[in-house]
Ligand binder design. Structure first.
Ligand code: NG6
Ligand code: CA
Length: 508
């Protein structure tokens, strides 16, 4: 009898021991996942603060962008660093203020790579942390060197700054070459029909939008009257490479398909994906099934199209069982614009829609709508849904995710505001410089300082956006005056002085 009891006792002990070990393993596994979630940055192009229904848009419905906001944190004070594309993307990926690099401004389609090789970037930091890293979509950060031949190996590019995989549109959809690059090669290019690119002069015999408007299905309003492809004239000249040229109507599907393939391929390891949408940048040419979808013309239609793609992408994360453990960020590279160079009825069909959501200015502007953008972060397994007023910047992903994944941040300007990103703290950044080169505004707490700038108060008559430039200091309190109607520089000299000094400190 005693022997039987003894055996039973040791059996119970054994079971207890095994289950305890199992629990330990489970805890360890969860702990690892918590410090190595997948990270996806979905980045719209020229999407305004007011273009998203969860940010107040009533005329335009974006149920899938809203899914991220409602299931995560919706930031009311989220910023891109610049009111144009290249500088914002540069600082997101490099953790560096655009003003530190002279070339960090809207680049032509044949510009060399903008990044300095060997410096830490968001993707190279995550590579160090054991992630697979990919970029799919709009690039617009330069490729190769000054003598780049598009028919040869295209390098340096994304693979040289920390991405393991790249499937990118070389520049923007309105700048030649109108092609995709996969890793080091132009997609679909054949040796029989090489591609040539120039930003100086046209190639003999090639039609242009200026001389051959009869060949166009989308007409330029200003600029964009050079080489024609797919019935749309663009900026810059290009010849050949016919089999490699993208079709604007298919671009949404091309990037979505590549993104879905990428997450399927990497579902068993931690991954980072920079999914850079091309919408609603010009030319706005949706797939036929989205034509008329918004009632606001092509600009609204391509936003509906992008929203659909984001929904499809989120569904795929669900299907793969990855939603709990994937951080999904959604934001935009700069504020909104209606006529950005094509006659696409953006202005005429805008109706009551307010792309800037009541903020002043828009794309290109030092006023708030230039950089104050939709900004949301979902991490189903770790974030409690909510709204945050913390001041957050896209430039801070590198330092914050370095802290999350146990890496050192060596970028100059990225700050660790992980707790704000995860909704644990209401405190983000104290101050943030907005702009590029010497054209900048400074947000600090609830205040915005715009130092005096030379130049026009308005962009050209088509774009028709206030630049924010003035010959005097401007000082606004966004909490009391979110539309920046009252310049307080004269009535608040102490605050003005404090911000001027804080800006100088921030620049160092
Ligand atoms: C401007 C283009 C505009 C757009 C912008 C860059 C003209 C007249 N305007 O110069 O269409 O391409 O550059 O936009 O050419 S961004 O979002 O990529 O920064
Ligand atoms: Ca842009």
């Amino acid at each position: 009898m005693k022997q039987v009891y003894g055996k039973i006792l040791s059996l119970i002990l054994l079971i207890a021991l095994v289950s305890c070990k199992k629990d330990n393993n489970k805890n360890q596994e969860e702990a690892t996942n918590q410090s190595q979630p997948n990270i996806v940055v979905i980045y719209a192009d020229d999407l305004g603060f007011g273009d998203v229904s969860s940010y107040g848009s009533t005329e335009l419905k974006t149920p899938n962008f809203d899914r991220i906001a409602n299931e995560g944190i919706r930031f009311t004070n989220g910023y891109a660093t610049s009111p144009t594309c290249t500088p914002s993307r540069y600082s997101l990926l490099s953790g560096t203020y655009p003003f530190r690099t002279k070339r960090a401004q809207v680049l032509p389609g044949n510009a060399p790579l903008l990044f300095e090789l060997g410096k830490q970037t968001l993707p190279s930091m995550l590579q160090q942390a054991g992630y697979k890293t990919g970029v799919i979509g709009k690039w617009h950060l330069g490729l190769g060197d000054a003598n780049m031949d598009w028919n040869k190996k295209i390098a340096p590019g994304p693979l040289e700054i920390g991405f393991d995989y790249a499937y990118i549109m070389a520049s923007t959809n309105d700048r030649v070459p109108s092609i995709y690059v996969e890793n080091h090669k132009v997609v679909g290019l054949t040796a029989e029909d090489p591609i040539y690119v120039s930003y100086q002069k046209n190639f003999e015999g090639e039609p242009t939008g200026r001389e051959n408007p009869e060949l166009l299905k989308v007409h330029p309003s200003h600029g964009h009257d050079m080489s024609i492809h797919n019935g749309i004239s663009r900026i810059g000249y290009m010849k050949g490479g016919k089999s490699a040229l993208f079709i604007d109507e298919d671009m949404n599907n091309d990037f979505l398909k590549a993104s879905i393939k990428y997450i399927n391929k990497n579902k068993n390891n931690p991954f980072f994906l920079f999914y850079a949408l091309h919408q609603p940048h010009v030319p706005r040419v949706p797939h036929p099934r989205f034509v008329g979808a918004s009632g606001l013309g092509p600009r609204g239609d391509v936003i509906v199209e992008a929203d659909w793609a984001v929904g499809r992408f989120l569904d795929e994360l669900d299907k793969l069982g990855l939603s709990e453990n994937t951080i999904v960020i959604f934001s935009s590279d700069n504020g909104p614009v209606l006529d950005d160079g094509y006659k696409d009825d953006a202005l005429e069909k805008n109706g009551k829609h307010t792309p800037a959501g009541g903020l002043r200015g828009g794309k290109y502007s030092l006023f708030d709508a230039g950089t104050h953008v939709p900004f949301m972060i979902r991490w189903k397994g770790a974030i409690k849904p909510g709204v945050s007023d913390a001041l957050v910047s896209q430039m801070d992903f590198t330092a914050s995710f370095a802290a999350l994944t146990g890496q050192d941040n060596t970028t100059p300007d990225s700050k660790n505001i992980l707790d704000a990103f995860l909704g644990k703290s209401d405190k983000g950044r104290e101050g943030l410089i907005l702009g590029q080169n010497n054209i900048m505004a400074y947000r600090h707490g609830d205040w915005v300082l715009i130092p005096p700038h030379k130049g026009n108060k308005m962009t050209n008559k088509w774009v028709n956006i206030e630049t924010g430039r003035d010959t005097v200091y401007q000082l606004y309190n966004l909490k009391e005056d979110r539309a920046q109607q009252h310049n307080l520089a004269e009535t608040h000299p102490e605050k003005l002085e404090a911000l001027i000094q804080a800006l100088e400190l921030e620049k160092q």
